[in-house]
Design a protein. Structure first.
Ligand SMILES: Nc1ncnc2c1ncn2[C@@H]1O[C@H](COP(=O)(O)OP(=O)(O)OP(=O)(O)O)[C@@H](O)[C@H]1O
Ligand SMILES: [Mg+2]
Ligand SMILES: [Zn+2]
Lengths: 359, 200
C-alpha cells in the first residue's frame, strides 16, 4: 500500500507540486516554513476527516489565489491502482472522487489506511482527553473502516440531541428516537475501540522493538454509567442543565502505562512520551500488516524531534522493516542520513512564498 | 450594467437557486433559453405560470397536483388500509412509477431535525396520526432515508403510533436508499424493498 503519485494544486504554500514515488519511505527535509508539513497534510486528506491539522477546507487554499485547491494521488494496493482526487472550491466543503466516481469521505478509510503523528501530539498524554480519543479513533478506523460511519452517526445524533437539550425541548419520543441511534452507534464505536486496543496490545507483545511497550485501557469518566437507552433517558434532566450530553463514548479516554517502569504515560519524560506514541503507531502498523497483508501509510511530522540518535536509527530500521511508506519530515538532511537510499529523499524549499521540490 | 443585462442576471440568479443547478449551469441554461426564445422559453414561461396558478398540495396526503384532494386519496381502490410514509413528493412519485404499492401515501415534507429547526409540527405528523384513526388504517409503512434524520423520524413515528390496536408499523427493507433517493431506484428494487418490509 503506497502512493505512486501525489499532485498538489494551490494547496497552502504549494502552487503546483508533483511527486512520482515508489514504495520506499519518504524523507522530507527543508528549512522552517519551506512547506514540509503542508505536503504531508495534503497526504492526510486522502483519509476521511479534516487532515492532520484539522483545518477547515477553506483554510487549505493558497492565499491570494482563492480558486480552490486540489490533491490528487495514485495509490497502489497489491495489484490494484486507485486514483483519488479531493478538492474544495471556495465556500464549499471538500469533495472526494475515487476512480472518477464521487464518493463519501468515509469511503477513503477503506482505500487508504493511514496513521499520523504530528508535533502537537507531543503533549497528547498530558493534555485533555480529546486528543487521546482522536488518536484512539484513528487507530480504530485503521482496523475497521466502518468506525467512520458509526462515529458520524453518533456525532450527528448527539448534536441533534444537544440542540433539543439547549432548546429545552421536552418531547420524549424525539429524545428516544435520537438516543436509540446513539446507543446503536455508540456500541459499535466501543467495540471498534476495544478491538483496536486489543490488536495493538498483541502487536506490541510479540515484537522486537527499540520502543517501549505500554499497557492500554479505554476508560470512562468516574461515575459515568454505561451507554444504554435507560442511561440516556435518566440523564436527560442533568444533560439539560448542562446543555449537552454527559453519557457516551464521546467522553472516553485512552490511558497508557509505560510497562517496564509501571508509570503512567503522563508522568514520563518528554522523550519517553514521544517514544510511547511512536511505539503505538508502529504496533498499529504491524497489526495492520498482519491483518491486511500491507502496512498503512504513516505520516510522521518532525518525528526525530526529542529522539536521540540511537532511537532515531532504530525508528528508521523498523519503518524500513515494516515496508511502510512512512512520510517523515525534519529540518535538515543530516537527520535522514542514516536512511540513505532506503528512503526517497526530498528537499522542500521556499521560493518567494511558493514551496518547490528540489530534485 | 444596463437594465436589460440586470434582468438577465436576475433570471440567472433565480435559476441558480434550483436544486442541481449552480451559477455556471444556470448561466448556460439561461443562454440556451434565450437562443430558443420562441420554441422553448415562452412555452416554458407559460407552463410555469399555469402550474404556479394551479398546483397545490393534496389536503389529505401532501401529494402535489392540481386538485384539492389528489386522485390517489379519492380512489376507493386505494383504501387498502395501508399508508406509506415518505419524506418527499418525489418519493411518492417514484413509488407510483414503480406501480408496486396499492395503498395510500403520507408525505411528511422533510425529516425531523432539531439543528434545522424542523419539529413534528412542521412535518404533518399530527395529521398522520389523525388520518390513522379516521381512515381505519391497519399498516403504516415507513419509507424513510437511512440518514440519521430519516431514522430519527422513523423511530419517532413508530413511537408515537406504538400501542394502537390493530395497527402495525413496518419499514422498507434496510439497505435500500430512500428519502429523495427512491427516485433513483428501478421499479424492481422498490418492489423487492416493499415485499421485504419488516416490523419496527
Ligand atoms: N493557505 C496558505 N496559503 C499560502 N501559504 C500558506 C497557507 N497556509 C500556510 N502557508 C504557509 O506555508 C508555509 C510552509 O508551512 P509548513 O507548515 O508546511 O512549513 P514546514 O516546512 O513544515 O516548516 P517547519 O519546519 O517550521 O515545521 C508557511 O510559511 C505558512 O505560512
Ligand atoms: Mg512543519
Ligand atoms: Zn392525497
Amino acid at each position: 500500500m503506497y502512493l505512486t503519485r501525489l499532485e498538489l494544486s494551490h494547496f497552502r504554500s504549494h502552487r503546483r507540486t508533483v511527486l512520482d514515488l515508489d514504495a520506499r519511505p519518504v524523507a522530507i527535509w527543508g528549512a522552517n516554513g519551506a512547506g514540509k508539513t503542508n505536503l504531508i497534510e495534503a497526504v492526510s486528506l486522502l483519509s476521511p476527516g479534516r487532515g492532520l491539522r484539522r483545518a477547515p477546507a477553506g483554510d487549505l487554499v493558497r492565499r491570494q489565489e482563492a480558486i480552490g485547491w486540489r490533491v490528487g494521488a495514485a495509490i497502489r494496493s497489491g495489484p490494484e491502482v486507485h486514483e483519488i482526487d479531493t478538492r474544495a472550491e471556495p465556500d464549499h466543503g471538500r469533495s472526494v472522487r475515487l476512480n472518477d466516481k464521487t464518493v463519501p469521505q468515509a469511503t477513503l478509510a477503506r482505500v487508504v489506511p493511514m496513521i499520523w503523528l504530528v508535533p502537537t501530539m507531543d503533549r497528547l498524554w498530558i493534555e485533555g482527553a480529546d486528543g487521546r480519543r482522536r488518536f484512539l479513533d484513528r487507530m480504530a478506523l485503521s482496523f475497521r473502516p466502518s468506525h467512520a460511519e458509526a462515529s458520524l452517526t453518533y456525532e450527528k445524533a448527539m448534536r441533534e440531541r444537544n440542540r433539543l437539550l439547549k432548546d429545552q425541548v421536552r418531547d420524549p419520543a424525539w429524545y428516544g428516537a435520537l438516543e436509540a441511534q446513539m446507543v446503536e452507534a455508540g456500541a459499535a464505536i466501543a467495540t471498534c475501540r476495544a478491538e483496536a486496543v486489543a490488536r495493538i496490545q498483541q502487536a506490541q507483545d510479540g515484537a522486537q522493538t527499540a520502543f517501549p511497550v505500554s499497557d492500554l485501557a479505554v476508560v470512562a469518566p468516574e461515575g459515568m454509567p454505561e451507554l444504554s437507552p435507560t442511561a440516556l433517558e435518566d440523564s436527560r434532566p442533568r444533560d439539560m442543565a448542562a446543555g449537552r450530553t454527559l453519557v457516551g463514548p464521546h467522553r472516553a479516554d485512552l490511558l497508557a502505562v509505560y510497562r517496564d517502569k509501571g508509570v503512567a504515560a503522563a508522568m514520563c519524560s518528554t522523550g519517553e512520551q514521544k517514544a510511547l506514541l511512536i511505539s503505538l503507531v508502529l504496533a498499529n502498523a504491524r497489526a495492520l500488516k498482519a491483518g491486511l497483508g500491507a502496512p498503512p501509510i504513516l505520516l510522521l511530522d518532525e518525528v526525530s524531534a526529542h529522539l536521540d540518535a540511537a532511537r532515531r536509527a532504530a525508528l528508521y530500521d523498523e519503518v524500513v522493516a515494516l515496508g511502510a511508506q512512512a512520510w517523515m519530515t525534519g529540518t535538515g538532511s543530516e537527520l535522514f542520513a542514516d536512511l540513505g537510499a532506503r528512503a526517497r529523499q526530498i528537499e522542500v524549499v521556499d521560493a518567494s512564498g511558493e514551496s518547490r521540490i528540489r530534485a | 450594467m444596463s437594465d436589460g443585462s440586470d434582468r438577465i442576471q436576475a433570471l440567472i440568479d433565480l435559476m441558480a437557486r434550483l436544486p442541481g443547478l449552480g451559477p455556471r449551469s444556470a448561466r448556460r441554461a439561461v443562454l440556451h433559453l434565450i437562443k430558443k426564445r420562441g420554441a422553448l422559453m415562452r412555452p416554458l414561461a407559460q407552463a410555469m405560470l399555469d402550474v404556479a396558478d394551479d398546483a397545490r398540495e393534496c389536503l389529505v396526503c401532501g401529494n402535489v397536483g392540481t386538485d384539492e384532494i389528489c386522485a390517489i386519496c379519492r380512489s376507493d381502490k386505494r383504501a387498502t388500509g395501508e399508508i406509506c410514509v415518505v419524506e418527499d413528493v418525489a418519493d411518492l412519485w417514484a413509488m407510483e412509477r414503480a406501480g408496486v404499492f396499492r395503498g395510500r401515501y403520507h408525505v411528511l415534507g422533510g425529516t425531523l431535525s432539531a439543528l434545522d429547526a424542523v419539529g413534528p409540527d412542521e412535518l404533518r405528523i399530527p395529521r398522520l396520526e389523525s388520518r390513522i384513526a379516521e381512515d381505519g388504517i391497519t399498516e403504516v409503512i415507513l419509507a424513510l432515508g437511512a440518514t440519521v434524520d430519516g431514522q430519527t423520524t422513523a423511530h419517532y413515528i413508530s413511537d408515537r403510533l406504538a400501542g394502537r390496536e390493530g395497527l402495525s408499523v413496518t419499514s422498507l427493507a434496510q439497505g435500500v436508499p430512500v428519502g429523495g433517493e427512491l427516485d433513483y431506484l428501478d421499479d424492481g428494487t422498490i418492489g423487492a424493498a416493499l415485499r421485504a418490509r419488516r416490523a419496527l
